[in-house]
Design a protein around this ligand. Structure first.
Ligand code: ADP
Length: 515
């Protein structure tokens, strides 16, 4: 459940539960009280009446007795002065907390309960006329609380007489007061229970996950990137925990990459130093041979010089690769885009490398050169380096006597694919996804003298992507490898030349650093 919904529900619960509980408790208490009152005072009332009009309870008190007395007194006004009769009626009223009182000509001639009567004595209403019949009772508050019903009549001697039914309601009022106090206590209890439940629920759904997050953050601060948070809740805090977990994984990956990069850089330095040292030693040896006259024939001297040249070329390539790599690291690369006829460009590249290929026992061809008039916008120097690196690898990792390297061009709507295939040793499937990573070297590269720096294909990828293209590889161990890259037919939006065929105006493109 979303946090917003949960908080809303909690507020509703906080309001609703106490209301329901208090309503139920008050209802039960009232029912019980009303039943008690009904039985005791013979009041014919119900819950609704009590709630709508509470004084109605009092109205019903001893009403039946009142009517009976009224009837008797009206029919026989001398009856109340019959002591036996009045005592009997007084007796009938006693279990309703009531008693009779008779006043004749202003003098009290009978009182059923003298003690209680004394507490309200001065409060008795005046005689108001025999003809006025008032069923309503009267609330009197002296030292005690009482309810009085009054029957006024004239005695046979024409004296003004009043017969009172006095009801002691001092027991009834506290009962009602108790109901209110009990209701208030029930409300307090209900509020406390609901608040405890709601706060516990909120604590569990908000504070606990936040504590987990805080612990995880501390772990990460202390360098423990393996501290995992498992969360399946769908609310905002669950989302926060998932984001946190994603951040942790990203940080872990970055740290791993950084460590690998440092390791690879150290390895590269060691490799380059070693690789530079080998041709340097050879050049030194052959030069000394020339100086010392060991190469005493023209043919020998020519061979020595060619070897020196070849070793110097290797060194040049290595240094170039290093310079290029440094530029990549600095994230600044200069491109010089031009519109080039692809077929001519490929033929030139092939011709340039044909002699070296043949020397290494490989033949190179271009079985599908593409349309003769197909032009593509690219930086020829950089794409030559791309082809050089790919073809160089084909030669480097060739394990067949008759190595064959083939170039094919395939056109798509908006791009051109250039594929270089060889029949070399192939790349293990597990290596294929890594070969474009910087410093990645397969086993074949590590275990042979021909191995390079592990930068060749990452440079290929960087250059191709800077042109707006992509690279890919298909390979089968023992059968061969095809490395293919695409170039957009029109110049990429990666950078804009000042003129499409400006023949060499340069611009710079910032590249994102890849770890
Ligand atoms: P290196 O300097 O090691 O050649 P590259 O980045 O050029 O680095 O290539 C990465 C790895 O890909 C190589 O170490 C090699 O294992 C593998 N590789 C690349 N091209 C080929 C190929 N044509 N045949 C077999 N393996 C290849």
């Amino acid at each position: 459940m979303r946090l917003k919904k949960r908080i809303l529900l909690s507020i509703i619960l906080c309001l609703l539960v106490p209301l329901v509980v208090i309503a139920s408790v008050v209802w039960l208490i009232l029912r019980f009280q009303v039943q008690l009152i009904s039985v005791k005072y013979n009041v014919n009332t119900n819950m609704i009446e009590v709630i709508q009009n509470s004084p109605s309870i009092f109205e019903g008190l001893a009403k039946d007795n009142y009517r009976e007395l009224l009837e008797t007194v009206t029919a026989n006004p001398s009856r109340p002065e019959d002591t036996a009769w009045i005592r009997q009626k007084n007796e009938e009223l006693s279990d309703k907390d009531s008693f009779l009182c008779l006043r004749v000509d202003g003098e009290i001639v009978y009182v059923g309960d003298q003690a209680f009567f004394d507490t309200i004595a001065g409060e008795l209403p005046e005689y108001s006329g025999a003809e006025s019949v008032d069923e309503q009772s009267m609330f009197v508050e002296g030292q005690s609380h009482a309810l009085i019903r009054q029957i006024d009549y004239l005695t046979p001697e024409a004296k003004e007489a009043s017969l009172f039914i006095i009801t002691d309601i001092n027991h009834l009022l506290p009962q009602l007061k108790h109901t209110i106090v009990e209701g208030a206590v029930a409300l307090l209890v209900a509020l406390t229970i609901t608040t405890v439940i709601v706060v516990t629920l909120l604590y569990r759904s908000i504070v606990r996950p936040l504590t987990t997050l805080s612990v995880a953050a501390n772990q990460i601060r202390d360098g423990n990137l393996d501290y995992e948070i498992r969360e399946s809740k769908q609310d905002e805090i669950g989302q926060l925990q998932r984001d946190f977990e994603a951040m942790r994984l990203h940080l872990k990956e970055m740290t791993r990459e950084q460590l690998r990069f440092q390791q690879d850089s150290r390895e590269l330095l060691a490799n380059i130093s070693h690789d530079l040292k080998t041709p340097l030693t050879a050049i030194k040896g052959y030069t000394e041979g020339l100086l010392d006259g060991v190469a005493d024939t023209e043919e020998k001297q020519g061979r020595y010089l060619r070897t020196i040249h070849s070793k110097a070329t290797d060194m040049e390539r290595m240094v170039e690769e290093l310079v290029f790599f440094t530029k990549l690291e600095q994230q600044v690369m200069t491109y010089n885009f031009r519109e080039i006829r692809l077929q001519d460009f490929l033929n030139d590249c092939i011709e340039e490398s044909r002699l070296d290929m043949e020397r290494d026992g490989c033949t190179i061809s271009c079985s599908e050169p593409g349309r003769a008039d197909l032009t593509v916008v690219f930086d020829p120097e950089h794409i030559k380096r791309v082809l050089g690196n790919i073809i160089g690898n084909s030669v480097k990792y060739m394990d067949k006597k008759e190595g064959q390297i083939d170039i094919r061009v395939q056109e798509e709507d908006d791009r051109v694919w250039i594929a270089v295939s060889d029949n070399g040793r192939g790349i293990p499937e597990s290596d294929q996804q890594h070969i474009f990573d910087r410093f990645y070297r397969g086993d074949s590269s590590r275990s042979t003298k021909k191995g390079g720096s592990g930068l060749g294909l990452s440079i290929v990828k960087s250059i191709v992507e800077a042109h707006g293209g992509t690279v890919g590889v298909e390979s089968k161990e023992g059968e061969g490898t095809t490395v293919r890259f695409s170039l957009p037919k029109m110049k990429s939006t990666a950078g804009e030349p000042e003129s499409e065929t400006d023949g060499g105006k340069k611009w710079r493109k910032k590249k994102n650093k890849k770890s």
